[in-house]
Design a protein around this ligand. Structure first.
Ligand code: NAD
Length: 368
């Protein structure tokens, strides 16, 4: 009963518990909302301390996917899966193939992709059992590494924020503090510097800092990044870095970047608003990763991907308009935009399309 209460509260449609005794598969697939289309979201493999923790994670992540897809104008619902296990020692072909069969049994209601703890080789095993996988290797017609596209999409979100804040989006006139120069961060730095922007970077890994400096960025310390006198703070590493300790240090005018879950809580979003710091909601800015895999349904190509990334500019701009319309902070406006789209499209009644009617026993004879 408690489980149903949890699910009732979060509004999930379906939770699937997957177990295979022979390979000790313990996985949960959560389908949050399929109003807009099939539920798409990655599979995460993690050594959760308890089953409760795994369930809470998959419920939270799958709900987040519904909002990300909805705000990004995609015809997709939200879903996610977790495999309970240690990715360093519990992986096997049989485990992933058993899991792939469970995904296949959902007949496309859930489509999976890579997430934390899962790599392209694991996806290959899942792909042997089901077609309902995106983000497979490019040799299979997949979209490959999403990070350059996520970076490009994030820049579109930053431009929308610059336009809103300064009425101008020429990147060469602004400075950026990039926290994390990993897969997405380094592409972001490269693209910003190419546009003539001033870029400060930090990371815990000296090698990637060196790569960014070679591109023309200026390195600062891990803690120093919060104090940098730059126009835009671009989180590209951890979550919850916009919080009660860091916000008072900000000289930034904008927070916009690809990292997931940047706000420690809603109050952090309210505080940015009170201080006049414009926040471009993370799940709209970083939707490039999801958009990139979604293109696989039509056949992925580079031009299609870039074209779709550019819609992030309009999505983020629309969030700011809703915030203004309703007098609410931008984090809340993003949620509202997603909910409004799901509600409106969910209720849409299409006029009758005029399919030919068939009356048994009344078929005309071709000779007449
Ligand atoms: P990544 O692991 O390649 O890069 C993260 C970088 O952050 C690493 O270089 C790491 O050393 C650094 N880092 C970790 N802790 C740090 C700290 N305390 N201070 C400074 N740097 C620190 O990951 P990624 O794929 O580049 O993703 C970055 C963020 O963007 C994540 O939040 C991810 O969820 C989000 N995101 C990524 C994609 C994508 O396409 N890869 C899509 C959507 C969202």
């Amino acid at each position: 009963m408690e489980l149903f209460n949890s699910v009732h509260e979060s509004g999930h449609e379906q939770i699937v518990f997957c177990h295979n005794k022979d390979v000790d598969l313990r996985a949960i697939i959560a389908i949050h909302d399929t109003t807009l289309g099939p539920a798409l979201g990655g599979t995460r493999m993690w050594p959760y301390a308890t089953e409760e923790e795994a369930l809470q994670d998959v419920l939270r992540l799958s709900r987040g996917m519904t909002y990300k897809a909805a705000v990004s104008g995609l015809n997709l619902g939200g879903g996610k899966a977790v495999i309970i296990g240690d990715p360093r020692k519990d992986k096997s072909e049989a485990l992933f193939r058993a899991f792939g069969r469970f995904i296949d049994s959902l007949h496309g209601r859930y489509i999976t992709a890579e997430d934390v703890g899962i790599d392209v080789n694991d996806m290959e095993f899942i792909f042997q059992e089901t077609n309902n996988v995106v983000g497979v290797h490019q040799v299979h017609g997949g979209s490959g590494d999403p990070s350059p596209y996520t970076a490009y999409g994030s820049i579109q979100g930053m431009k929308a924020a610059l336009q809103k804040k300064f009425g101008d989006e020429d990147l060469s006139r602004y400075s950026f503090a990039v926290q994390g120069t990993g897969h997405v961060g380094l592409h972001l730095v490269r693209q910003l510097i190419k546009e003539g922007a001033k870029v400060f970077v930090t990371d815990i890994n000296q090698d990637t800092i060196d790569d960014a400096v070679e591109l023309g960025a200026e390195a600062v310390g891990q803690e120093e990044i919060y104090d940098v006198d730059a126009d835009v703070f671009a989180p590209c590493a951890l979550g919850a870095i916009v919080n009660e300790d860091t916000i008072p240090r900000f000289k930034f005018k904008i927070v916009a970047g690809p990292a997931n879950n940047q706000l420690a809580n809603n109050e952090a979003g309210n505080e940015l608003e009170r201080r006049g710091i414009l926040y471009a909601p993370d799940y709209a800015v970083n939707a490039g990763g999801l958009m990139n895999v979604s293109i696989e349904f039509e056949g992925w190509n580079h031009e299609r991907a870039l074209r779709m990334m550019r819609t992030i500019y309009y999505n983020v701009g629309r969030i700011f308009k809703i915030a203004e319309r309703d007098g609410i902070p931008s984090w809340q406006a993003a949620d509202r935009m997603a909910e409004e789209r799901i509600e409106t499209l969910g209720k849409l009644k299409i006029p009758h399309l005029g399919k030919p009617h068939r009356f048994p026993g009344r078929e005309r004879n071709a000779a007449h």
